[in-house]
Ligand binder design. Structure first.
Ligand SMILES: NC(=O)C1=CN([C@@H]2O[C@H](COP(=O)(O)OP(=O)(O)OC[C@H]3O[C@@H](n4cnc5c(N)ncnc54)[C@H](O)[C@@H]3O)[C@@H](O)[C@H]2O)[C@@H](O)CC1
Ligand SMILES: [K+]
Length: 502
């Protein structure tokens, strides 16, 4: 299993530049890129057919001209429509335009409805601003025609770094990209626009580049750090996770999280419950134990016992001062801690105060698991918030928001969604892609927090535990499929673990 780096457009330009400096001409790279695109097009259209290639003004368009030449040589009827006449192109793209060597029609005349396949080579990693005018119209015609579309490198109009639509964006059935995928292939809406993404090796290395280390999430990231069971060990070697329960009527979330922690392999898991909620918790728990704490001071006393080594709190605790005090007690105790839901929302408009608590010197990791709304409420109020916090909340890119909050709070951040991002305070991140829409079900996030805590209870480092939990949670959910409810996710973990651990 190899790590899958995701390079942003600046890193990709740097990788191209280094390859060219090391002796491979840029035009050679373009020929390889164009050939890879033509190969992908032929797989989509195995019989000779009508292919419309749309070429932009830069090197993405250059790849398109090369692909057009190869497709025509292989017997397809190829029409090229371009934003600029070949005479106005420069550099490698001009050379590619000459290689095509046949008529080019203006973009406005392109007729996607009359094609069996559309090859989109308008813009790639060089997209620098929102699209306007005739390109937007052409993209609307392509998307409206309903013909299969192959995008070269990135669906045009998708920002390769953020996955956001810049004005308008092509909807592709497949995308062929070069060297490695870009964050915009995994982040929505880019992921939906890209369709199936294949990576072509054109002789450009993605390794050893400066800047953020962003990867696709997968076992190669965290399996080496996965806690291995000692054949001679016992449950006390595998940690004791505590999950805080809400009051009577709000206890289910904690039990879901606790079940996630136990299935993830924690040796012992206890639900911390008030005396008032004890009966209802007791009625529903068997392998999971209970501890009664009626206030944060009792919780602090409990935490003088250092066998309790991982904590999860937030879901169904209620928003307000009381929950803030439980969070303070948890953070002061310096255990591996997961904060979710109400534990975050209770600090709405108090981002600085929250960050000060989380940033206090500590030995054990803090993992925050907000969804977008919780991140926004934490960082942007309502209430007085610093310009720094507001700026992070307002970043257009999900990746940048996650990395920003991680640095701000000196915590690992799991920014949840269909394209969950896990970010470390140092700026590295993974983007998850094995999820399924069925995971968006009540209580699903509670189970996730519990899995993170369960892994950390076994000594797994915070970032790896978070990335692993996100992946296993998504995998269990995706395998279950339709009808999934949160209770099914912990029960799906043993099969996932069996496959992972062999
Ligand atoms: N040596 C290389 O750099 C290689 C690049 N390759 C291809 O080159 C692409 C990157 O090429 P470029 O950097 O030329 O970038 P693009 O071809 O993506 O687009 C850049 C051009 O579009 C213009 N532009 C940007 N945003 C615009 C907007 N909103 N409206 C109108 N015009 C806009 C820019 O001024 C520039 O002329 C990659 O995506 C890939 O397809 C491949 O050929 C492999 C090798
Ligand atoms: K493109």
């Amino acid at each position: 299993m190899r790590m899958q780096p995701l390079l942003n457009s600046r890193q990709m330009r740097e990788a191209d530049r280094r390859t060219i400096e090391n002796g491979t001409p840029g035009f050679t790279l373009m020929l390889r890129a164009g050939e890879a695109a033509a190969d992908a097009a032929c797989r989509m259209l195995p019989q000779a057919g009508r292919v419309l290639v749309l070429c932009g003004p830069g090197n993405n368009g250059g790849d398109g001209f090369v692909a057009a030449r190869i497709l025509a040589d292989r017997g397809h009827r190829v029409t090229v429509a371009a934003m600029k006449p070949v005479a106005d192109l420069s550099g490698d793209a001009a050379e590619a335009g000459h290689l095509w060597g046949e008529a080019v029609c203006p973009l406005a005349a392109a007729d996607p409805a009359g094609a069996d396949l559309v090859v989109d080579a308008l813009f790639g990693t060089g997209l620098a601003r929102d699209l306007q005018g005739e390109v937007v119209e052409a993209i609307a015609r392509v998307n409206g025609a309903g013909r299969p579309v192959l995008a070269i490198d990135v669906p045009s109009g998708i920002d390769a770094d953020t996955g956001l639509v810049r004005g308008a964006a092509v909807k592709a059935e497949r995308t062929v990209t070069f060297a490695c995928r870009k964050p915009g292939h995994l982040l929505y809406p880019g992921r939906a626009h890209a369709g199936a993404v294949e990576v072509a090796d054109i002789g450009v290395s993605c390794m050893g580049l400066d800047g953020p280390a962003v990867h696709a999430n997968g076992p190669e990231i965290w399996l080496p750090a996965f806690p291995r069971i000692d054949p001679a060990g016992h449950k006390y070697d595998r940690g004791h996770a505590l999950v805080l329960s809400g009051g009577p009527g709000h206890t289910g979330a904690a039990r879901l999280a606790a079940r996630g922690a136990l299935r993830a392999g924690a040796g012992l898991v206890s639900v911390v419950t008030s005396a008032r909620a004890l009966a209802v918790n007791a009625a529903h728990l068997t392998a999971i134990m209970m501890r009664v704490c009626d206030d944060p001071d009792e919780f602090s006393d409990l935490l003088t016992d250092d066998r309790f080594n991982a904590l999860a709190l937030g879901p169904a605790l209620g928003v307000g001062e009381a929950t803030r005090r439980w969070v303070e007690a948890a953070l002061e105790a310096d255990r591996a801690t997961v904060l979710d839901a109400d534990a975050l929302t209770s600090f709405s408009g108090m981002a600085e105060g929250f960050a000060a608590l989380a940033r206090a010197p500590r030995e054990h990791p803090v993992v925050l698991t907000p969804h977008e709304g919780e991140l926004r409420r934490l960082l942007a109020g309502p209430g007085e918030v610093s310009a720094e916090a507001r700026e992070i909340a307002g970043r257009p890119s999900k990746l940048d928001r996650a990395v920003g909050l991680a640095a701000f709070a000196n915590a690992i951040v799991v920014l949840k969604g269909a394209d969950t991002v896990v970010a470390s305070p140092e700026g590295s991140a993974v983007i998850n892609e094995n999820g399924s829409p069925y995971l968006g079900t009540a209580g699903s996030g509670d189970v996730l927090g519990g899995i993170v805590a369960g892994l950390m209870a076994q000594g797994m480092p915070g970032f790896e535990a978070a990335a692993c939990a996100v992946w296993m949670h998504a995998e269990a959910g995706a395998r279950f499929g339709p009808g999934l409810i949160a209770e099914d996710i912990p029960e799906g973990l043993p099969a996932v673990l069996r496959d992972l651990l062999g």
